[in-house]
Structures are given as structure tokens and as C-alpha cells.
Design a protein around this ligand. Structure first.
Ligand code: COA
Length: 377
């Protein structure tokens, strides 16, 4: 795959360009550290619920007990409202792709206040739509939300149709916390661009869903599981990976624009899978995934000694969401349901900044003097 370096040396991708100042997260690519508003991700994922990170990112601080209850109630109401609105979302749930379904369904919601009410509406709706799409795809009855339950537990219940196992609900909660925010990734940049035009929050989130869908961004975890299936056993990993590279394909779940060490979220999710196993829920893929990861890092280090390509978040996303009981085509919509919090927090920050995002270009096409005259009829 071409990496976009032109003959004149121009390299696209906005690498290293600072497009915003943010107090939301610090992505330290050299040291593999991720911080949300001054809190280390590792501790958040071990101890917090999704509701806590919602409060941290969208309301400015980790909530105390009463504030956490209020957020849970608001999200519960939002899930119930969204479920009631599903029939008015056109044919969205019939889409073959869950991200297409999410994009189409969320577009039916309105931005009520440009702020807190719309935040809850969109975060609640994203989980409801993702779960309802998975049920539709499986030919199963939709499961109505239970507003009294924590968000992750209810998401799991709506998506699988079963009474959630507490260890699995906890693992899903840890996943939602882990991926709720991640600096200026492509989808968050998209949301900020839309917000910078003073468009509405629904448009910002719908545009971000479109950006997240791509396999170089949030679309990678399903293909990671396909890769593990194709490899089958650790002894086959190296040969399979070399074959992929020889065919010009990328190894999914490896490499990152910012991290030059292992993505800290990979370790956080791997630890969450270990806790799940310790609670008696075995992962079908953990052992194989670890072996494939080791082989992939080695193979890529030989091929790219100039640039470290390490495991990214998507690798163990695949392992944890499979162990939670989600089908692989629900992985990216689940990512979107969590990241909606980050997108909205960035949109809110962008709105306080006040300038439209409008970068520049360099024209490299022909000059009029060099072009043949236009022939008029
Ligand atoms: N497998 C094989 N080669 C990879 C690779 C991967 N996963 N990731 C990067 N490379 C190679 C590129 O082919 C390129 O080599 P070249 O210069 O010989 O052409 C070199 O490493 C630099 O890649 P580049 O495309 O400049 O990196 P980037 O910062 O633009 O891209 C990603 C970052 C994440 C898009 C890229 O690493 C990737 O495609 N990873 C796989 C998809 C994935 O897991 N996405 C989820 C991200 S969280």
C-alpha cells in the first residue's frame, strides 16, 4: 500500500501537526501512556464504570456517588427514548454493515440543546442502535433497554438477549472506558471539523461514525479475529504473516500513528481479559493472540527496522469483545458507542475555541498558461 509521499517530498496525513489544544486526553506515544483529564487510563479501566468516564470527559470531573447515579439515570432514559424512536429510523437496522446502520439511524436524531441533553441522547442512542442492529442481523427479537441498569450491563443485555453475566458486563465496561477517548484520531478530528463550522452535534457524531468505519481506524478488530482464525495455531503464525506482507497487505491490529511502543490500551484490555478468565469466562483466542502478537512484532521489526510497529488497541479489542459474547461485526459499532463520548467532549471543546478549521493545500496541477484553450461550441 502506498504511504502517500509525493515526488516533491510532500507527505500527507497531517503527522505532527497540532490542530487543537485539549484538556481531555494526553496520548504519549513515546512512553505508551494515556491520560484522561489527569487520570491514568490503566486505573480508570480497572476501577471505573462507563458512567464515570462520561462524567469525567463530558462534565469535567469524575462524578461522586450522587452525580454518578444522575448520569446513569440520564443514560437509562436516553436508551429508553432511543429504543422508542427506532421504528422512525427508516431502514437503518436492515443495513448489512453495523456502521452504516449507526450512521443512518443516528442521523434521525436532533440536536436539542447543543449540550448536555444531546450528549446523553447520542450516547444512549449509539448503544441502543448498535445492539438492535446486532439482534436484527441475527434474526432475533429486539431487546428493550432496562433504564435501571448500568449502561454497559444493559448494552450487553440488549445485544445478546441474555441476562448478563457480571464478569462479562464488567469486561465490557472496562472496554467502553478504555476506548471512550483518544486524542486527535481521525474520527475525533472529523467531529471537531464539523463542530468548528457551528453545525450541530448530531452532524458531528454522524460524520465521525463515517471516519471510524475505515479499516485503518476503527474497522480493524473484526479482521483481527479473521486473522487469528486463518492462522489457527501459534506454529503457523510467522509463515502466515510473511505471506500477508509479501502480498502487500497490512497486519491488522499492529502499527500506530502516534505510539512507538505497545499501545497502552492493548495492555489494559489484555489485563481485562485475564480478569475475565480468572472469573471463569475462558477466551477462545487469548493464547493464540499472544503468540500471533509476538510473531507479528518480530516480523514487522525485521521488515521495518526504521520504525517500530507495535500492537495497537484493536488487537485485544477483538479478543475481549469476542469473550464478552459479541459477534465480530458488532465490534466497530461498539467502539463507536463508547467513542461517542470522546467525540462529543471534543466538539464541546471546539465550540469554546471559536475558529473554523480550515487548513491549506498546495496546488500541483497544471497552470492555465500550460493548458490548451477551451473550445466553445
Ligand atoms: N502491517 C504492515 N505494515 C505496516 C503496518 C501494518 N499493520 N502499519 C504500518 N506499516 C508500514 C507501512 O506499510 C509503511 O511502510 P512503507 O513505508 O514501506 O510503505 C510504514 O509501516 C509506515 O506506515 P504509515 O502508513 O506511514 O503509518 P501511519 O502512521 O500512516 O498508519 C496505521 C498508522 C494505524 C493506519 C497503520 O499502522 C495501519 O494500517 N495499521 C493496520 C490497521 C490497524 O490496525 N488500524 C487500527 C489503528 S488503532
Amino acid at each position: 500500500m502506498a504511504t502517500g509521499t509525493a515526488a516533491n517530498g510532500f507527505r500527507g496525513g497531517l503527522e505532527g501537526v497540532v490542530v487543537a489544544e485539549t484538556a481531555l486526553s494526553e496520548v504519549d506515544g513515546a512512553n505508551g501512556r494515556l491520560v484522561f483529564r489527569g487520570h491514568d487510563l490503566e486505573a480508570l479501566a480497572r476501577t471505573c464504570r462507563f458512567e464515570d468516564v462520561y462524567g469525567l470527559l463530558l462534565e469535567g470531573a469524575l462524578p461522586g456517588a450522587a452525580a454518578r447515579r444522575a448520569i446513569a439515570e440520564r443514560l437509562g432514559r436516553a436508551r429508553a427514548d432511543a429504543f422508542a424512536r427506532l421504528p422512525a429510523c427508516g431502514g437503518a437496522l436492515a443495513s448489512a454493515n453495523g456502521m452504516d446502520a449507526l450512521r443512518a439511524a443516528l442521523a434521525h436524531f436532533e440536536d436539542a440543546d447543543g449540550g448536555a441533553a444531546t450528549h446523553a441522547t447520542l450516547v444512549g442512542a449509539a448503544a441502543v442502535v448498535a445492539a438492535a442492529w446486532a439482534r436484527t442481523r441475527a434474526g432475533a427479537e429486539l431487546v428493550a433497554p432496562d433504564p435501571a441498569r448500568p449502561h454497559a450491563e444493559d448494552f450487553l443485555r440488549m445485544a445478546t438477549g441474555a441476562e448478563p453475566d457480571p464478569a462479562r458486563a464488567k469486561a465490557l465496561d472496562a472496554y467502553l472506558v478504555t476506548v471512550a477517548e483518544h486524542g486527535m484520531c481521525a474520527s475525533t478530528f472529523t467531529a471537531r471539523v464539523v463542530a468548528s463550522t457551528r453545525s450541530d452535534l448530531v452532524s458531528a457524531v454522524v460524520a465521525a461514525v463515517g471516519a471510524l468505519k475505515g479499516p485503518l481506524h476503527g474497522g480493524a478488530p473484526g479482521p483481527v479475529l479473521d486473522m487469528l482464525d486463518a492462522i489457527g495455531e501459534p506454529a503457523r503464525a510467522e509463515a502466515w504473516l510473511l505471506g500477508e506482507l509479501a502480498a502487500g497487505r497490512r497486519i491488522m491490529g499492529l502499527g500506530h500513528r502516534v505510539y512507538r511502543v505497545r499501545d497502552p490500551r492493548a495492555a489494559v484490555l489484555e489485563a481485562a481479559v485475564e480478569r475475565l478468565e480468572a472469573a471463569g469466562v475462558a477466551s477462545r483466542y487469548l493464547r493464540l493472540a499472544r503468540a500471533v502478537e509476538r510473531a507479528a512484532v518480530e516480523v514487522l521489526a525485521r521488515r521495518h527496522p526504521e520504525r517500530r510497529l507495535e500492537t495497537n488497541v484493536e488487537f485485544y479489542t477483538a479478543v475481549i469483545l469476542d469473550a464478552v459474547g459479541f459477534p465480530r461485526d458488532l465490534f466497530t459499532p461498539t467502539f463507536a458507542a463508547a467513542r461517542t463520548v470522546g467525540w462529543l467532549a471534543h466538539a464541546a471543546e471546539q465550540l469554546t475555541e471559536g475558529r473554523i478549521i480550515r487548513p491549506d493545500q498546495r496546488y500541483v496541477g497544471p497552470r492555465p498558461e500550460a493548458s490548451p484553450p477551451v473550445a466553445h461550441a
